[in-house]
Each structure stands twice: as structure tokens, then as C-alpha cells.
Design a protein around this ligand. Sequence first.
Ligand code: ADE
Length: 250
Amino acid sequence: MRLDVVTIFPEYLDPLNVSLVGKARARGQLDVHVHDLREWTYDRHNTVDDTPYGGGPGMVMKTDPWGAALDDVLADGYENGAHGPVLVVPTPSGRPFTQELAVELSERPWLVFTPARYEGIDRRVTDEYATRMPVYEVSIGDYVLAGGEAAVLVVTEAVARLLPGVLGNAESHQDDSFAPGAMANLLEGPVYTKPPQWRGHGIPDVLLSGHHGKIARWRRDEALRRTTRNRPDLIERCDPKAFDKKDREM
Ligand code: ADE
């Protein structure tokens, strides 16, 4: 997968060299290109923003630097064999970024991110590129960040771990919270490792029982309990047919 990020803070994306994403890059599973938007400004002050039409607070990012940058970035990708770009625009006004959307993006060969600062990018930029490629406006949560760069890190990490061969164990995202399947819409319950006693805290006996059926049942009960407590909205989205009699007694 190829990733391009155009930003006025390229160094904000340095964490893409670390950990899972960094390793995926080193192995050639991810081809990441971070670009400084100001390289596509042609005035003395490297201006990227201006006051909003219609008035109001804040500044709006200008069409010209973004248009010039995206044209060059897309041309470079195509020249190097990339295809099927998707424009990912982080914004608090976007559709919620979910595991489902992470899966969808992980199936695309090329993501181009446009994290904005200030009040966002002049609308005509997304309108223009929407004539050439799918545009996803994405919000990572109901809060306002100072810019979209942190959202790029979030989306990239969620997507990268879904790419074939990136996680050590191909099954290790099968029972993630939010993964589809029998535990769909349930949060993962608690996990334990050695030692069996720590500061007076033991671990649930069932985990030592070796009884796979009982362990699965316990994990499901814990998932239900945690979801009920932390995310009652998710319980409402569960298919009632997915629950059995024991669940209803909880
Ligand atoms: N930019 C500012 N806030 C954001 C959010 N919540 N999600 C994505 N991009 C953003």
C-alpha cells in the first residue's frame, strides 16, 4: 500500500517510522511519503491560509497550494506504478472513523491524506479531486483537534495492522473489539498473563481450567459486562438473536 501525507507539519508524522507502521515500512509493506505543503507556495511568506469568505473567525487553507501539491503527489504516484488513489480528508465534520471503515481503507492500494490546520481547506479542493477519485471525509471522534495530523496517525495505524502480513499472527485481529463475527459490537474483556498472583490479585480460576468451552463462555460474559458498562449504545446495536438465554440472565 502507498500512503501520501501532505501537511504543513511533516515532523508531526515522524511516528510513522516507529513500531508496527515503521516495521511495515521497513519490510516494504507500506510505502509512505510525507510532503511539506509549503513547498507548493510561491510567495515570500509561504502563505497557505487566508480569511474566510462570508466572515467569521479563523483562517481557511487556500486552494492553490493544495491543488499544486495534490497534482504533483498524484502524478508521482502514478509514475511510480501506484493506482486507485483515495483521498482521505481528516475533519471533525467527517463520517466517524470505525473499524469497518479501517477495513474498507485497508483494501485500497493508495491513500492520500490531507490533514488541515485552521478552519479547514477551501471546499473547492475536495470538490475538484472528488471528480477524479473517491474522497473520504473522516472524523476520529467527537472532539476538535488543532489539526488533522494526529488523525492521520490514528487512521494509518488502524489500517496498517489489517494489511496482510503486518501483524505477526494473522488471527490476532479476528477478535478485536469492533471486529465482525460472533462477538460483533462487543468490547473485549480483561486479559491476564503470568504471574498467577500479583500484589494479592489472582486471576479468574476458569482461565486455568483448560476447559475451552467454559473459557469462551467466560470471555463472552466479560465482554457483555464491559460493553454494558462502558458502551450501552453498542449493546443496543447487537442482534438479539446473537444472545442466548444465559446472556439475558446477566
Ligand atoms: N481535525 C480536527 N479534529 C478532528 C477530528 N476529530 N477528526 C479528524 N480530523 C480532525
